[in-house]
Each structure stands twice: as structure tokens, then as C-alpha cells.
Design a protein around this ligand. Structure first.
Ligand code: BDP
Length: 327
């Protein structure tokens, strides 16, 4: 009896201790599609370290790399619902839920990477942030994802006519389907994780991505023509679920925002180095790289994507023009 009493008191005591730990310390769950040595992943780890240090361990952030928490479109929904607390996302798949974010998925909209940085850190980034907040997402920092170019297993692409008849995987967003169809290619929206096998088995002929993703996924092993069309410069965001963010103290929110901005600075530095390293790796691995001297024909071919977008979103014409006029 006495013994039983002692045991249950001990259990009650440890439950209380657990409960009080749960109240004072919160672990945020983070989604990331990339491998652990990818610039995005390293920057997310640095974000987590800063958050834990500056909150004295009250708030910790655990990132699940390699897409183990699911595909990107699903993860975006879970973020909005607060099931996932934070993550690093391309604004490509984000565009289907946040129209403002879709503007950066228009082909050739940013004239250069430095221009993209400047605009995302200014009025353009703020307009996109507002759109995201209105749909349950709090951006903490803009990451770089370079420029995306086509790769395939059939032939080099030098002109839009070379895309004709090729089956190209795209991220889940109608704009990318229209973009490929504008050159008479066949577009297939598909999860990132399925691309390698789909190229290998001939379900698609190729895809399009920046050098670090082309290299880190080993897609270059199965699609050895990499044509530097650089048709999309799509920034990425480290962002939080607004439900989670709004539940934190003001001090914690400030720390998260500052840590997010610091991680973006680091990510952008790492990105530049990784792009160069990735190009060396794919070239050493036998990739045939071709540059495109005149991108004009690609811009002309893809122009109808703008027409369709502006017809469906007339209220976003100002934001499109703001970017096209240099922010
Ligand atoms: C990479 C992005 C990642 C996307 C992937 C894709 O960083 O967020 O999921 O492309 O093509 O460049 O799906």
C-alpha cells in the first residue's frame, strides 16, 4: 500500500515535470526537400541554432530534410494549417495558393539574380509577403535558387523549336505547363522525388532546374544535355505557419525574424559557391552543357504565359510591371 502510494506519487511527480517542460519549451517542426549538405539545409540548421541559442532553449527548430515530411504542394497546405511549423519552399508551387507569389514564376521576369535580391528585399518582397500572410504564411527570409534551365536525355536545346515534342517534368503550377506548351513541348507536373526514375524509365525526357538541384538529385546521370536557358529565376522562402507564429511571444517572433534574415544572408553566400561546384561536378560527370547566346526567341515564345496570367489576375498587373521596370 505504502509502496504503491510511493510509486504513484513518483509517477505523478514525473508527469508534472514533463508537463512543465512541455509548457516552457516548444519544438518547431520544419520541412525541407533537400539533402543535408545543400545550401538551403545548412542555412536552416544555422537558423535553428540561432533560435535555440537566443531563446535559451525555450524554442527549438528541428528540420526534417530530404522531403521526409511529404511532397512540396502537400507541405505547403500543412504549413498553412499549422501541422508543419516552418519550412523552406520554392515560390513556384506556392503560386497556386498565393497569387502574388505567382508573379515570380513568370518566365524571364527578373533581369538578373542581383536584381532579384534587391527587389525581394524591397517593395516587391513586401507585396509578396502580404499575400502570403493573408493566406496563413509568415515569411522570415528570401533564399536564392539561382536560375532554372532545361535538361533532357534526347538533345541539346538551342532554340524553342528544340523543345517541340519533348516530355518535360515541371513543378506543380499551371504557369509551368503553359510555359512548356508555349514551345510545343509536353509538360508533366510531378513531385521532385519522382523525377530521377521518371527520366530513367523514359516517362519523361527531362526537366528543368538550377545547377545545385540538377546535381544533388543526380538527374545529370540520366539527362545529360543541360541547356542554359535560365528561363526562371524563382526565389525561395524560409517561412512559418502563421498559426504557429501568432501563438508566440513578441520577443520570440523578433528572434525568429532576425534569425530568418541572417540565415538568408548565409544561404545566398553558400548558394554562389555551390552553383559553381555543381557545374564542375556535372561537367566532370559527362554532362553536355550549352549556353544560349540569344534568349530573345525563348522570351518571345513564352510571352503568352504573361497574357494568360494577366487576364486571370488583372489586379497583379502593377506588381508585374514593378518587377519588369526594375522594382
Ligand atoms: C528546386 C527547389 C525545390 C523544388 C525543386 C523542384 O529548391 O523547392 O521542389 O526545385 O523542381 O530547385 O521540384
Amino acid at each position: 500500500m505504502t509502496k504503491g502510494f510511493t510509486l504513484s506519487s513518483a509517477i505523478a511527480g514525473s508527469c508534472l515535470a514533463l508537463a512543465s517542460t512541455a509548457v516552457s519549451a516548444e519544438e518547431l517542426r520544419g520541412w525541407n526537400i533537400h539533402v543535408e549538405d545543400y545550401p538551403v539545409s545548412i542555412a536552416m540548421e544555422s537558423f535553428a541554432t540561432e533560435v535555440a541559442e537566443r531563446t535559451g532553449g525555450e524554442l527549438t527548430a528541428k528540420t526534417f530534410h530530404n522531403g521526409v515530411l511529404g511532397s512540396q504542394p502537400d507541405a505547403i497546405e500543412q504549413l498553412r494549417l499549422g501541422v508543419i511549423d516552418f519550412g523552406e519552399f520554392s515560390l513556384g508551387p506556392f503560386g497556386t495558393s498565393v497569387p502574388e507569389a505567382n508573379v515570380v514564376s513568370l518566365p524571364f521576369i527578373f533581369p538578373s539574380i542581383p536584381a532579384m535580391y534587391e527587389m525581394m528585399d524591397g517593395e516587391v518582397g513586401e507585396a509578396i509577403s502580404e499575400g502570403m500572410r493573408a493566406r496563413g504564411v509568415e515569411p522570415l527570409g528570401w533564399y536564392d535558387a539561382g536560375a532554372r534551365s532545361f535538361y533532357n536525355s534526347v538533345r541539346p536545346i538551342n532554340t524553342p523549336a528544340d523543345v517541340e515534342g519533348l516530355k518535360i517534368r515541371v513543378m506543380s503550377n499551371d504557369l509551368f505547363v503553359q510555359m512548356v506548351e508555349s514551345m510545343d513541348g509536353n509538360a508533366t507536373p510531378m513531385a521532385f522525388a519522382e523525377v530521377y526514375q521518371s527520366i530513367q524509365t523514359g516517362v519523361v525526357d527531362g526537366a528543368e532546374n538550377n545547377p545545385p538541384s540538377y546535381e544533388s538529385t543526380s538527374h545529370y546521370e540520366v539527362a545529360s544535355f543541360y541547356s542554359l536557358t535560365e528561363h526562371l529565376i524563382i526565389p525561395e522562402c524560409l517561412c512559418m505557419s502563421k498559426i504557429t507564429f501568432d501563438g508566440l511571444t513578441e520577443e520570440q517572433q523578433t528572434i525568429l525574424k532576425e534569425a530568418g534574415a541572417n540565415s538568408a544572408t548565409l544561404q545566398r553566400e553558400l548558394w554562389q559557391a555551390r552553383e559553381a561546384a555543381s557545374m564542375e561536378i556535372v561537367e566532370a560527370g559527362g554532362t553536355v552543357v550549352n549556353t544560349i547566346a540569344d534568349k530573345g526567341p525563348f522570351q518571345d515564345a513564352m510571352a503568352p504565359v504573361y497574357d494568360g496570367f494577366l487576364e486571370a489576375n488583372p489586379d497583379l498587373a502593377d506588381l508585374v510591371n514593378l518587377i519588369r521596370n526594375g522594382g
